[in-house]
Unconditional design. Structure first.
Ligand code: SF4
Length: 360
């Protein structure tokens, strides 16, 4: 893997493929990279939804990266990812346009859920990571600049969570997400990150409310990139705990004042975006170690429902074996009302809550 540097490139425009090409031409990842290098392209395909939803990486960005490397003689390229808990990665590859992409460019699709794993250790924490990901010589991380219901932001650092098996994803949530995300990035660092903000949801990692920031970021320091991306969503880097922890353990630097920020055009900085509907939905939720799929589906459902101010619902592994009133997901099986599923779907959550409300 290449050393990280302090440069952060910012390109602005409406054509994601053109922006990705422009950023790659600036960063020149081929410098010093042997032609037989194993290259992995890691998009964000958290759910089986088109990129137009603002949830998943536009395949045009991945295509630009593959074309860039293939044009320079690189042949050993894979696309590697796993969808979130409860979602089938093969379905996500197909729906998100990556099966077609793989056929077009002759690259292999690797489903991390089916891959072997190897355990890596850091700071007293063990994490099982995809063997194929660990075997790469060059990892191109292609996240979105997206909101997340629990961590505020999901971008470069959190996108690496797609390279661990489902059992580890569950454990990450039980550990509160922030620390394991930071530690995972200490164990496996992307060589380069290109983060797309041209069609990304500022509130949900599962999309549904896409915004166009006309911005794409690129760099080799995931912490620096996330620190900048946090600002685009209206957060300070310190507001996102995993950025702070990652900096503390030496993954990178969140110090934007010390960074070399290179704007590739003179366009005005993009406006900050944040979802008010999301913040209102969160006020109805008590979450404890909730998996993203469960929490995300719950918030999606709540945003679509008209709820009284005192309506509260619990979600997360922290409620296992506990009693309560209304709970979302099998972890709340001991509650008076439990929406079954692991995770339950948005439709099931909406139907169940509507039924309870009618019965009141
Ligand atoms: S019920 Fe929800 S919070 Fe519990 S393990 Fe399943 S997905 Fe995670």
């Amino acid at each position: 893997m290449k050393d990280i540097d302090k440069r952060l490139f910012i390109a602005q425009g409406d054509d994601p493929a053109a922006l990705a090409r422009l950023l790659l031409q600036q960063l020149r990842p081929e410098q010093g990279l042997p032609k037989d290098a194993k290259i992995g392209i890691k998009p964000n395909l958290v759910v089986a939804k088109s990129w137009t939803s603002g949830a998943t990486t536009n395949p045009a960005v991945a295509a630009a990266a593959i074309e860039y490397f293939q044009a320079r003689g690189y042949r050993d390229i894979i696309i590697i990812e796993s969808a979130w808990l409860g979602e089938n990665t093969a379905r996500a590859f197909s729906v998100c346009g990556y099966s077609e992409l793989a056929r077009r460019y002759g690259v292999e699709l690797v489903d991390v859920k089916k891959d072997k794993t190897e355990t890596r250790k850091y700071g007293g924490m063990n994490i099982d990571i995809s063997s194929r990901a660990l075997g790469l010589d060059y990892l191109v991380n292609l996240p979105l600049i997206k909101g997340h219901c629990q961590t505020g932001l999901t971008c470069a650092l959190k996108n690496m969570k797609g390279l661990i098996p489902d059992r580890e994803k569950r454990r990450f949530h039980a550990m509160g997400l922030h620390k394991p995300i930071a530690y995972l990035n200490r164990m496996l660092k992307p060589s380069l990150t290109i983060a797309d903000g041209t069609c990304a949801d500022p509130g949900f990692e599962e999309g549904g409310n896409p915004k166009n920031l006309r911005t794409m970021l690129a760099g080799t320091d995931s912490v620096l990139l996330d620190a900048f991306a946090a600002g685009l969503l209206g957060y300070r880097p310190d507001d996102v705990e995993y950025i702070r922890i990652a900096e503390e353990i030496g993954v990178g630097s969140a110090d934007l004042s010390a960074a070399e920020i290179i704007r590739l055009d003179d366009a005005a900085p993009p406006e900050v975006m944040r979802s008010e509907a999301l913040e209102s939905a969160k006020a109805h939720v008590s979450a404890d170690q909730a998996c993203s799929a469960c929490y995300g589906n719950l918030l999606s459902a709540l945003m679509r429902l008209d709820l009284p101010a005192d309506f509260m619902i619990s979600v997360g592994q922290g409620f296992k074996g506990k009693a309560g009133d209304i709970g979302c997901g099998s972890c709340t099986a001991g509650f008076r009302h439990c929406i079954k599923g692991c995770p339950p779907s948005v439709d099931d959550i909406m139907a169940y809550i509507s039924q309870i409300r009618r019965a009141e």
